[in-house]
Design a protein around this ligand. Sequence first.
Ligand SMILES: *[C@@H]1O[C@H](CO)[C@@H](O)[C@H](O)[C@H]1NC(C)=O
Ligand SMILES: *[C@@H]1O[C@H](CO)[C@@H](O)[C@H](O)[C@H]1NC(C)=O
Ligand SMILES: *[C@@H]1O[C@H](CO)[C@@H](O)[C@H](O)[C@H]1NC(C)=O
Length: 360
Amino acid sequence: MAWGTKLWLMLLCFAATCMKHSIHGKPQVPCLFIFGDSSSDNGNNNYLPVTSKANWSPYGVDFPKGVTGRYNNGKTTIDRIGELLGFPDFIPPYADYLPPYPNPHVSDIFQGVNYASAGGGIDEQTGNNLGQVFSLSDQINHHRAIFFQIASELGSIQKARNHLNQCLYYLDIGTNDYTINYYVTDIYSTSVNYTTQQWANHLHDEYYKHLMVLHGYGARKFALSGVANLGCRPYQIRLHRAKGCVESINDAVQLFNEGLRPLVDRFNKEYPSSKFKYVNYTAIQSSIFPDFITGVPCCQTEKFFGACRYNGTYCKNREKYAFWDESHTSDAFNKIAAEKSYNDPKSSFTYPMDIKTLVK
Ligand SMILES: *[C@@H]1O[C@H](CO)[C@@H](O)[C@H](O)[C@H]1NC(C)=O
Ligand SMILES: *[C@@H]1O[C@H](CO)[C@@H](O)[C@H](O)[C@H]1NC(C)=O
Ligand SMILES: *[C@@H]1O[C@H](CO)[C@@H](O)[C@H](O)[C@H]1NC(C)=O
C-alpha cells in the first residue's frame, strides 16, 4: 500500500473515531448551571472566609480527584445528573474563575458553572453566622457576571441569551433556611417572627423573584429540587434525642415543598416557552431509605455540626449508608437519587415530568 493511501485511511479512521466520540460524548444539553448549597457545592467554599467547608479527609475518599470540597465520599447528586446528561467533565465551580485561581479554560463557561455554596439559602440572612457564604441572590449575581462574559465573547446580549436558552438550570436550595436559620433559635429570631407557613410563603416569594431574574438572563429549562425530610438527618435525630425522624421539622419542610408545586404550575402557565420541573426529593428519599442504614452517618463525626472529623475514620461498608456525615447523603445514595430524578417516565418522583424530558 502506498504511503498516501495508508495515511488517507488512517485519517479516515481518525475522523470516524472522532465522529463517534462527538456523537457519544455530546451532552443532551450544551450547558448546565447549578445553584444550591452543600448538597451541590463542589469547591466554592474552599476559597471563602467561611466555616462551612469540607476540604479534608475523609471527604472525597471515593472521588476521582480526592478532596474537592464536596460534602460526601464521592459524587454529588448533580454530579451524577450531569453524567446522565452526558457531560464528559464535572461542571467547574464558580470559584475557579475568581482570583487568585482564574481558570485558564475560559470556554468552559459555555458548558456551565456551579455556583452552589455550602451554608447558602434563599433568605439573605441564612448562613451569615458561618461567614460570607453565597446566598441564592449572590449566586444569581455571579451568573449575571458570567452572562456578560458570555455576551462579550459571543459579541452580543442576544447571542448570549440564545446560547443560555438551551441550558439546564438546576436549583437545589432551601435546606439551610430551615437547618441553620429557622431552627437555630439562639442566633436567628425567624421562628419568633414567622409561623412555619409564613416562613414557607416568604421563601416562595423570594424564590419566585430570583427565578424571574434568571429567566431574564435567558434561562428556560429549570429543575427545582424540593427540600429533603430534614428531620430524618442523623444530626437532627441526635440533637432532639429522637427515636426516629423529627416529624415537626419534616412537617415544616413539607409546607415549603407543597408550595413549590403550584409555583412550578404558575411558571409553566405564565411562560409557555419555558419548562419548569419539580423534583420531589422527599419521595425519592423515602423510596431509597428502606435499602440503606439511615439513622447514623458512615464517617466518625465532630459533635458540633456533625461534619466528618479531620482525618477521621469511616465505616467499612459505606455503600450501605444513606448518610456520609450527619447531614449529607453518601455517594451511593446520590447515585440512586440522580437516576430517579433523571429517568422517571411515570412521574413518581418528578412533576410534571422527569429531567430527561426537560432537555428534549
Ligand atoms: C424579627 O422581628 C424583630 C423585631 O421586629 C426584628 O428586629 C428582627 O430583625 C426580625 N427577624 C427576622 C428574621 O425577620
Ligand atoms: C411528594 O411525594 C409524596 C409521596 O409520593 C407525596 O405525598 C407528596 O405530596 C409529594 N409532594 C409534592 C409537593 O408533590
Ligand atoms: C491530616 O492528614 C494530613 C495528611 O496525612 C496531615 O498533613 C494533616 O496534618 C492531618 N491533620 C490533622 C488535623 O490531623
